[in-house]
Design a protein around this ligand. Structure first.
Ligand code: FAD
Ligand code: SF4
Length: 524
């Protein structure tokens, strides 16, 4: 082959720059490889592995149907080296090629390994920008340069202007005269006010390709979490578009209202459930934003909902990618709060008496999905308050979610959930006691703990942990103006009360360390 074109598992887009200029015939060979390393460097959920492999196989079939030549290495092919670098090296030799074309990888680790493999083989490696993103790595770097703080909100406004999404006719001010509708987008879920339970998201039962992949994954990765029996993720571009349409027509209207809500038995609420399709490349961010904007223009969804949704993709998703590529490889090792606790075992077993944690962990381990507030304010908050090591927390998030890819997972863990980056992304840690969860969910009603009690029997662990977190990290966080109020409350507390909170937290943490869970805590 004259040119070997590498397509990675999260690059399943026909418009991918690595495919620019690819011609039918033998001169251009497209290499796709299923490798064990990508499923085991953290023990990936079987749901996630099945999703990636099935989507890859469907995409390869598509390319072949379009007349292109695909060299597809399956997971169980004889000779599979188990790594992307190994497969690139083998393919270079197999095809006698001198030129490799690829699109920038999502992950720093993968890109480095491929660059090294190409150099070792002495071939010319052409790495093209990933134009599926709306802000390139370089554009982000330019934007970030010279700014003391690089807050998402400023980046997002720049991106709104640049794309024209939700802009007024002057092209400079926001539609509806406001950039931000967050204040409206914070209602707890109420089935009556919402006009009933949220519609069940469209599902896509496995076809023969997916069933074969599931058999392979279950046989090979039986010990990994994830329930493949209920697999219903979109695995083709057509299915991904149908999933998007299902969201736009049936859930977008209420997305804003219940964006931060949690409810027992409601795993998706009004969220889009499209992150896996976006991250695989089956949907492109701009088309998703434009589709939501059109729904608003047609009067089918309020501006607050559409703005809240577009902010997640045009704002957060692009922003975390920018931060990731700006800060790697150092970002993965940040630990500004010196957190050292091993990840509690309940993250893998789901066994806990804390109803909010049990709900978030249970659905995560089974389905590979939880929405943002569950990830940030329940499992993330618990890891933050307990002082769990960022490296272990990040490995968990990367393993358990169907949508997990490091460039989006890592900044959300280090920057948003754990404040491990010392405030690079978020101006304060997202630390919260039970008050937040009891306001935004109905979990506390079905919990053996009492969200109102700070100490004593049956007190919700989040309460004492919250104060203990502030006390423990006083030296690091005291100067933060956004925590001034919290520290003032702490200073007004009677010393005996402070001591009781510290004791409660210490007892809880000791129990957690011994048992990996809170099960039985505070019980004789
Ligand atoms: P919706 O709430 O409907 O939002 C729409 C889209 O916006 C999402 O599909 C996603 O593409 C984007 N989005 C929303 N929030 C974020 C965010 N904070 N950062 C980047 N993009 C966002 N998302 C991943 O795709 N992969 C991950 O590995 C991942 N790990 C996370 C880890 C932690 C600790 C936290 C707090 C968040 C993480 N997120 C991750 C972000 C977010 O939780 C998911 O994108 C979202 O829950 C996916 O569900 P949805 O499609 O229903 O999202
Ligand atoms: Fe979670 Fe505490 Fe409420 Fe129980 S009482 S659901 S642990 S916040």
């Amino acid at each position: 082959a004259r040119t070997l074109r590498l397509v990675l598992g999260d690059q399943l887009s026909r418009g991918l720059t690595a495919l620019d200029g690819a011609q039918p015939g033998e001169a251009d060979v497209i290499l796709m490889a299923e490798v064990a390393e990508e499923a085991t460097h953290v023990p990936s959920s079987r749901v996630r592995i099945a999703l990636f492999l099935s989507a890859m196989r469907h995409f390869a079939d598509d390319l072949v149907a379009g007349g292109l030549t695909v060299d597809y290495v399956a997971l169980d092919d004889a000779g599979n080296t188990g790594s992307l670098a190994g497969e690139l090296t083998r393919a270079i030799a197999r095809h006698g090629t001198r030129r490799v074309v690829m699109t920038e990888a999502g992950d720093w680790r993968v890109e480095q390994a491929l660059i090294r493999a190409a150099a070792a083989a002495g071939v010319d490696l052409d790495i093209r920008p990933d134009t599926r993103f709306l802000c390139s790595r370089n554009d982000f770097r330019d934007w970030a340069r010279g700014r003391r703080q690089q807050r998402m909100e400023h980046f997002y406004r720049m991106m709104r202007r640049r794309t024209g999404l939700l802009m007024a006719d002057d092209g400079d001010s926001p539609a509806g005269a406001r950039w931000n509708f967050d204040a409206e987008n914070r209602k707890p879920f109420d089935a009556k006010a919402a006009g009933g339970r949220p519609p069940v998201p469209a599902g896509f039962p496995p076809d023969e390709v997916t069933r074969a992949v599931i058999r392979l994954v279950d046989a090979r990765f039986g010990a990994h979490v994830g329930d493949t029996a209920g697999f219903d993720w979109p695995v083709t571009r057509a299915q991904a578009l149908a999933a998007l349409e299902d969201f736009i027509t049936r859930r977008l209207e209420r997305f804003g209202d219940y964006q931060d809500a949690m409810a027992a038995g409601e795993e998706v609420l009004f969220h889009a459930r499209i992150s896996p399709a976006l991250n695989l490349g089956l949907l492109e961010p701009l088309e998703v934003c434009r589709r939501a904007e059109a729904a608003w223009a047609e009067g089918r969804a309020p501006l607050a909902a559409v703005e809240g949704f577009i902010r997640q993709i045009l704002g957060w998703r692009e922003y975390v990618r920018g931060i990731y590529w700006l800060e790697m490889p150092g970002y993965a090792a940040t630990n500004a709060l010196d957190a050292t606790r091993p990840l509690p075992w309940m993250y893998w077993s789901g066994e806990t008496d804390m109803a909010c944690m049990a709900a978030a962990l249970g659905q995560t381990l089974r389905t590979g999905y939880a929405h943002h507030i569950q990830r940030l304010m329940v499992t993330g908050n618990f890891a933050l308050l307990t002082g769990t090591r960022p490296e272990e927390v990040a490995a968990w998030y990367l393993a358990v979610y169907a949508d997990a890819v490091e460039w989006v997972e890592l900044p959300n863990v280090q920057g948003m959930a754990l404040h491990a980056d010392g405030g690079r992304m978020a101006s304060k840690p997202y630390a919260a006691g039970a008050g937040y969860i009891s306001r935004m969910s109905d979990h506390c009603r079905g919990c053996r703990y009492d969200p109102k009690r700070p100490t004593g029997d049956g007190a919700c662990p989040f309460n004492a942990l919250y104060w203990d977190f502030l006390i423990r990290n006083r030296r690091r966080l005291d100067g933060n103006p956004r925590l001034a109020l919290a520290y003032r409350s702490l200073d007004r507390m009677a010393p005996a009360r402070v001591a009781a909170l510290e004791r409660q937290a210490a007892d809880f943490l000791a129990h957690l360390d011994r048992h990996g869970s809170d099960r039985g805590f505070g019980r004789p």
